[in-house]
Structure formats: structure tokens, C-alpha cells
Design a binder for this molecule. Sequence first.
Ligand SMILES: Cc1cc2nc3c(=O)[nH]c(=O)nc-3n(C[C@H](O)[C@H](O)[C@H](O)COP(=O)(O)OP(=O)(O)OC[C@H]3O[C@@H](n4cnc5c(N)ncnc54)[C@H](O)[C@@H]3O)c2cc1C
Length: 427
Amino acid sequence: MAHTVYPQSYYAASANPVPPRPELNGEVETDVCIIGAGYTGLSTALFLLESGFKVSVLEAAKVGFGASGRNGGQIVNSYSRDIDVIERTVEPKQAQLLGQMAFEGGRIIRERIAKYNIQCDLKDGGVFAAVTDKQMGHLEAQKKLWERYGHTQLELMDAKRIREVVATDSYIGGMLDMSGGHIHPLNLALGEAAAVESLGGVIYEQSPAIRIERGANPVVHTPQGRIKAKFVVVAGNAYLGNLIPELAAKSMPCGTQVITTEPLSDELAKSLLPQDYCIEDCNYLLDYYRLSGDKRLIFGGGVVYGARDPADIEAIIRPNLLKTFPQLKDVKIDYAWTGNFLLTLSRLPQVGRLGDNIYYSQGCSGHGVTYTHLAGKVLAEALRGQAERFDAFAGLPHYPFPGGQLFRVPFTAMGAWYYSLRDKLGF
Ligand SMILES: Cc1cc2nc3c(=O)[nH]c(=O)nc-3n(C[C@H](O)[C@H](O)[C@H](O)COP(=O)(O)OP(=O)(O)OC[C@H]3O[C@@H](n4cnc5c(N)ncnc54)[C@H](O)[C@@H]3O)c2cc1C
């Protein structure tokens, strides 16, 4: 079988060295079989191993091959739709639990990095940048909302203050979250994979799950082997395909693109982002950017509904970069790549059980670096029999996209165009 390799991203080019991992051949028995070695799968594996479970992870390609090894690297707290939407959707007790958990993922990442000595260029500080008065009003409301749930480390910024942390005239203000920040995402995943192995977990690469035999003792089949387990955790997210058709109906893979400049001089890098914070704007189709450990600008944005790979990524993203930083007009782009995240209609994570021994978490809708780490903890709690926090997520309602399999892409693109127009017009 042909091996799947990483896309030609800056992250793959600057990945920490790792040993080769085996493919699954023959039959294995374990407590938990995890499908997917992104953050969801790896975080679940780590929490389970720390509680004494035997764990095997199946990865179709390589550790961090999916969104976890390609993302903007921004540690953004809370969920893709915020707690106010959750409060309007579910019972107060469930909303309370979800609100309390909204900043836990960022803490888990930092604990993992410290405990397992993961080298992934961690930097503290993330800024939400407002382009319009309406967005600034939303940030003010969001600060009050988050403070109600005990998250009090936030600072509102006026136009002068935000100009001190990012050298662009694009913003009228913003909000700084010092519990946000940024990392080299692939190196975080590779470090977590090494931690899994240090605790006795086994990760099989180039070993796609192609069928799950459901029942009292589920069996997960790959082309050359099978894993018999007490539990299965499905963590394939946007790359899962149709392995579990009932999940695919209520979520849609979408592509988003990232470009990376050549290394900037120390002076230029410091002039753009003096405190080295990461920035995301508040538009519906948002721009997100930050400096890498070696002082490149990593700039992402753009969404392709249905996850087709665009032919010329630089042509899509570079104009946004230059609008933000015209001073970079002569800077060369060294890398450009695309990756898929999984969108749900509500933009809230899709979490639950199939029967009583297959668990899943996916669909955090483009905002998952922190959530996926929390998901691992919550999934592990549920497998240990403490499912209160898992059930708070599992109780979030989900609906199929309008238009069905055939028309969901144009319908959703039309919706996004409408919201994006509202951002441009400022209402
Ligand atoms: C370009 C991009 C930029 C982003 N930027 C940010 C950001 O800055 N901040 C943020 O919070 N979020 C961001 N996100 C979202 C975030 O990266 C994701 O939400 C998160 O990484 C999802 O992790 P995951 O483990 O659930 O899925 P993934 O990382 O996609 O991992 C799924 C894994 O499962 C494997 N797999 C799938 N099917 C099978 C199978 N049948 N058998 C075996 N293995 C299988 C895949 O190969 C893959 O490795 C971004 C996403 C993208 C694509």
C-alpha cells in the first residue's frame, strides 16, 4: 500500500525528529482502540493511559497528519459558538458545566507541555481583533459573559492599545487573553504521541480503520489486521470519511488555508508583533496569524466548503496578509498548504456514543486546538464511568445541513457569503 506523507507545510519541514512507527499486522487485543492520531485521539490516549487503561491508536496516515499538524497553532479558548448560544440552547445546569470547561483545554495543553517536556515553541497571549464597532461591542459582551464563568484574565483594548501589539491600522480595538497563545502544532502532536508511547500506548501509522464490527466486544478492521477492544473512540474528524454514516450526515469537512513567509529579520518581526501574541480577527471568515519560533509570519484564512483543495493558495491568502501588513509586500512566501476541519450546523462539537462502547468527538468547527485537548479528558472520564461532563457535550443538539449531501455545500457557502457581507458592511 502506498504510504501517505505530510503535506508540504512549514510544520512538516520543521518537525522534531521521530522514530518510524509500525503498521498494524495481525490481531491485537486492548482495552481501548482509538481511531485517529490527532489531538482528540492523542489527548484521549494520554488521559486513559494515565488512568491505567491499555490503549492502541490507529492512524490512517501519520501522527498529526490531519488538522492537528496543519493548523494556525493558535490556542483559542472557548468553543466555535460561544456560551451565550449554549445558554440559549440547553438547560442551565448543562450550560453551567460547559461554561466552566471553556478555558480548560488551554490549561491541559500547558500541563502536557510541562509534564512531558514537549518542544513546541509555546508562547502566551492571544488577541481577538475587532474590525467594526459591532464586533467591539460583541467582545465587550463576551468579556462579561466569560467573567461570569470565572474567566477573568481578559483585557479590552482600544485602538491605541491594540496598535501597540500589532502593527496594522486594520483594527478599532480588541481583547487580549493571556491564557491564549500559540504553539508549533505538529510538534505538539508529535510530543504527545511520544508521551503516549512512553506510557506503553501503541500507535500504528498507515493503518486506516476500514470497518467497525459493533457488538459487546467491538472489532476494528484495517487492511492488514484487526483490533479487538472493550471500547472504541472515534477521533478521525474531517478525515474520517464515511466510516460511520450516521456521523457524516450532520457534519461537513471544510478546507482552510495557511501561508508562511520566509524568516523575517528580528527587527521586522518585532515591529509587526512586538509581544509575540497571536491574532485572530472577529470576522465570520476570519484571518489568523502569528510569528513562528524562527520569526516567519504564519497567516491563515479562507474557507472552502466541502474541502476541495484550491489550486493556488498563495493567490487566495496573500492579499489578506498584505491588507493587514502592506509593509510585507516584498517578502517571499516559502510555504502554502490547506487542511480540513469539520463543520457542524450549530458550530458546536458533535459528541456522543454509538451503543454503549463506541464513543466519538468531532466537529469543533475550525476552533479546536483547546477543545480537542479537553475532549480527551472528558472522553477518558466517561470511559472510567464518570460521564457527567461528557454528557454535557453529548446533550448538545445537532441537525443535518440544509440541502442534504447534494446541496449542503452551495447552501452553506451562500450562508457564509451573507455573514461575510454583514462583516464588510459593519452590521
Ligand atoms: C488549516 C487549519 C487551521 C486551523 N487553525 C486553528 C487554530 O489556529 N486554532 C484552533 O483552535 N483550531 C484551528 N483549527 C482547527 C483544529 O486544528 C482542529 O479542530 C483540531 O486539530 C482537530 O483535531 P482532531 O484530532 O479532532 O482531528 P485531526 O487533527 O484532523 O485528526 C484526525 C486524524 O484521524 C485520522 N483518521 C481519519 N480517519 C481515520 C481512519 N478511518 N482510520 C485511522 N485514522 C483515521 C486522520 O488521518 C487524522 O490524522 C485549524 C484547522 C485547520 C485545518
